[in-house]
Design a protein around this ligand. Structure first.
Ligand code: SF4
Length: 360
């Protein structure tokens, strides 16, 4: 079976070149065509000898995915459905801004966490993505859009820290000047909280940004909204965040989606401010979206504003998240779920606009 050259770095290609009797300097030359020029055929690598191009074609593929669907929002946000050769798929969202181009990536096909308000969680879990598949999400979008990616956010389908090995192998390629060359400080990993992996991330990638999707200020409520909380309760997750802050001295973003009558009361704002007091964090408040057939109702704007004001009053920095891609339902898992279930839920949509975190 041919290997995917997307996702490789020179050190991965050099052993193959050696076996083929080719000089090792060709690795950098070949990968410049892959990551800088993003060619779609080995034939286009015009400064590579023809014989080597033929050997490359015989041993490697230049990407494995195809873009099955693109939805474009009036605000420029684009959502892509990427299909893998085995037929399963993930979503990728591209968010162009004035001088930034942010791409929101998935790390798993589906998600094992099964948050009840999330389209991905409700569709179930299929498999983790391999590092080259994660790299290819960004590469394919960049190739298709002829855009240079400046920022990456891991806020798409799946829980990144439950696929830590492949995530960090992909980070290596994203961050390398011989890969996609995206600075660590321009990469954000969003998690619902896997304590030991938060600490590992702090040690392995101290400059990568961390976002914690909290959504509830108490274990009772969070056990319902984010079922992984039953395994890793708030106390353990926040202890890991404290240690992360000690190790990295980098501010953590707290994501909090507001649901009317569920987690948007004064009592919740006070609990949340107590929980976060003294921590170097910034809260992003995300108004939920209505979901048919579920009890989740988005908090009205006045409730969102009141919640934010209470946090601010207690010294917690807070931002009301601007929604992007509303008209294409850019929240994670919607397009996937619609395709995966053959249109059964076409009228349904996910409330969590995690992919609106551009510029974190
Ligand atoms: S919100 Fe995130 S962690 Fe929860 S089910 Fe959706 S993708 Fe998984």
């Amino acid at each position: 079976m041919k290997k995917n050259i997307v996702g490789m770095l020179p050190e991965d290609l050099v052993p193959w070149l050696g076996r083929e009797g080719e000089p090792s300097y060709r690795a950098r030359q070949i990968l410049r065509w892959v990551y800088e020029k993003k060619v779609s055929s080995f034939r286009d690598m015009s400064d590579i000898p023809l014989g080597l191009r033929e050997k490359l074609s015989a041993s490697f593929v230049l990407g494995t995915t195809r873009i099955a669907e693109v939805q474009t929002s009036s605000d420029g946000t684009k959502k892509f459905l990427l299909v893998f050769p085995q037929g399963d798929s993930v979503e990728v969202v591209a968010i162009p801004q004035r001088s930034w181009y942010t791409v929101c990536l998935s790390t798993q096909v589906g998600c094992p966490v099964r948050c009840p308000f999330c389209a991905t969680g409700r569709a179930g879990f299929r498999r983790p993505l391999a590092a080259d598949e994660i790299v290819e999400e960004a590469w394919r979008v960049s190739q298709n859009e002829r855009a240079r990616i400046t920022h990456l956010v891991f806020m798409g389908m799946g829980e990144p820290l439950l696929n830590y090995g492949e995530l960090t192998r992909a980070l290596r390629v994203f961050n390398s000047s011989e890969g996609l060359g995206i600075g660590s400080r321009r990469i954000t990993v969003s998690t619902v909280g896997v304590p030991e992996k938060i600490l590992q991330l702090a040690r392995d990638w101290p400059e990568v940004n961390l976002a914690l999707s909290l959504h509830a200020p108490s274990d009772d409520l969070r056990n319902f909204l984010v079922p992984l909380n039953r395994t890793y309760p708030l106390k353990e997750v926040l202890a890991a965040v404290r240690e992360y802050l000690r190790l990295t001295r980098r501010r953590v973003t707290i994501e909090y989606t507001l649901w009317q009558g569920l987690n948007d009361g004064e009592v919740h704002a006070l609990q949340l401010s107590r929980l976060l007091r003294g921590l170097l964090v910034h809260v992003n408040l995300i108004p939920g979206n209505r979901i048919k057939g579920t009890p989740f109702v988005p908090s009205p704007p006045e409730r969102v504003v009141a919640f934010a004001a209470l946090l601010q009053k207690h010294g917690i920095p807070v931002t009301l998240r601007r929604s992007r891609g509303q008209d294409i339902r850019a929240a994670c898992g919607e397009l996937y779920r619609i395709h995966g279930l053959r249109g059964e839920v076409a009228d349904d949509y996910c409330p969590e606009k995690r992919c609106n975190a551009a510029g974190n």
